[in-house]
Design a protein. Structure first.
Length: 436
């Protein structure tokens, strides 16, 4: 009997590494998950890249073990968080810890970069705002503060690192490259001035290629998938849009996790309009779909909501009851609001004598919905009216969260995919393996 082909997708995210085993037709048949083991530091968090790979491997093995029907693993795709990078020496070993995408270090380097390259010029060239999140700012900080970083000769994004550790080639994928600050958006190549500013040695970055470009085959690190075609699935939010089927013209995907990202696939934005989009809070980069760019707007609403649950003393298992109670609270939450959704600290303001946990939770959800509407309106100014909104992620499971979002944003669709980012990475690997 001929064994059918199956695909393995990995989504290496901020909170956890997720894995999905998917049929060639896109059906999810098994899943695995492992915690992303960050180490807290005063500025945020960092991680040993080897520990990150171990978590990804654990999730992959759990999913493959759970795929009882089995089959030949024809392709393995890896999507990941974007701005975090892995700096390798000439032997391919990490030389410094990897800095979390949300880590605050790098403000001094950003100021220097703006003074030398120009902030608006940087945004027009890269589609990004000049902020410490950018991968090349993290790289410059490492060179400025960790002597061992100067031994580094190759920089890979997390998804690219995982593919390499599985036995693949060292590649740079365009949607992840779009988050580094090194990529010239229009040219789809590296920007020499940004490389020089960061102090990058020659050959620090592989040549950029679209998501789904074959990157060799899996070796003995994951014997269950030995010989499978490897591919980078791209930036996790964009891979989730692929996995959720929200990549058509006018589609917007709301990926509501620790960060809430709104992703819209578009035709390439004219270069003269890129800087204006960035100034309006919308980043422009390449999508995980060949030939398409994406508009990306984000807040940290998921992290803010988690802080509110902590403040209210509500454990995860108590959230469903709080959601039901919030639906009975007054619309508008009697003026109470949650502020600071763009940053690491939040304020709950307008607390009156009627304050209660359900009212505070309603206020938090209403605030995230208003923030989402403002962001989507700005995105519409770049690409025209949206046609369809698909929402997924851990916070989208809440009864009140969905109802309040619909009240502010209009019709919202869900998705049957369980791990959207991992499913998207698997489907991308299927293309690399010639199955689609």
């Amino acid at each position: 009997m001929v064994r059918r082909d199956i695909l393995l997708g990995l989504d290496v995210g901020t909170t956890s590494c997720k894995a999905a085993v998917v049929t060639a037709g896109g059906d999810e048949i098994a899943h695995g998950q492992a915690r992303t083991p960050w180490r807290a530091v005063p500025t945020g968090a960092e991680i040993d890249p080897r520990d990150l790979f171990a978590s990804a491997l654990a999730a992959a093995r759990e999913a493959l073990a759970a795929a009882r029907e089995g089959g030949r693993v024809a392709g393995v795709g890896v999507a990941s968080l974007a701005e975090t990078g892995v700096l390798l020496d000439g032997g391919g070993a990490p030389v410094v810890p990897s800095i979390a995408w949300h880590d605050a270090r790098g403000e001094e380097q950003v100021a220097e970069m703006v003074a030398e390259l120009g902030g608006e010029r940087f945004s027009a060239r890269t589609g990004l705002a000049p902020r410490p999140l950018c991968g090349f700012v993290k790289y410059r900080w490492l060179r400025d503060n960790m002597p061992e970083a100067r031994r580094g000769v190759r920089w890979l994004s997390v998804g690219e690192w995982i593919v390499h550790r599985l036995g693949g080639e060292q590649v740079a994928e365009l949607s992840l490259a779009s988050r580094t600050g090194w990529l010239d958006l229009e040219a789809r190549g590296w920007w020499d001035e940004a490389l020089a500013w960061a102090g990058a040695p020659a050959g620090l970055l592989p040549e950029p290629a679209p998501a789904g470009t074959p990157a060799g085959t899996a070796g003995d690190t994951l014997p269950e998938a030995r010989g499978a075609v490897l591919a980078v699935g791209g930036h996790d939010h964009l891979s989730a849009a692929v996995g959720a089927g929200a990549t058509g013209e006018g589609d917007v995907f709301d990926s509501w996790g620790t960060a809430e990202a709104f992703v819209r696939a578009v035709a390439p934005v004219p270069p003269e309009r890129v800087a204006a989009a960035v100034a309006d809070g919308i980043n422009v980069g390449w999508h995980a779909i060949e030939g398409r760019q994406c508009l990306l707007g984000a807040t940290r609403s998921g992290a803010a909501l988690q802080r509110v649950l902590g403040l209210l003393g509500v454990p995860p298992e108590g959230r469903a009851a709080l959601e039901r109670a919030a639906l009975e609270a007054p619309v508008g939450a009697l003026g109470m609001q949650l502020l600071g959704l763009e940053g690491d600290r939040n304020e709950l303001v307008g607390i009156g004598p009627e304050a209660s946990p359900p009212l505070a939770w309603r206020a938090a959800l209403e605030s995230t919905a208003r923030s989402a509407k403002d962001l989507l309106d700005r995105m519409d100014r770049v690409a025209g009216p949206r046609r369809r909104l698909v929402m997924a992620g851990g916070w989208a499971d809440g009864e009140a969260a969905r109802a309040i979002k619909r009240a502010h944003l209009g019709p919202i669709e869900g998705t049957e995919a369980v791990f959207m980012g991992a499913r998207g990475a698997a489907l991308t690997a299927g293309r690399a393996a010639g199955l689609a």
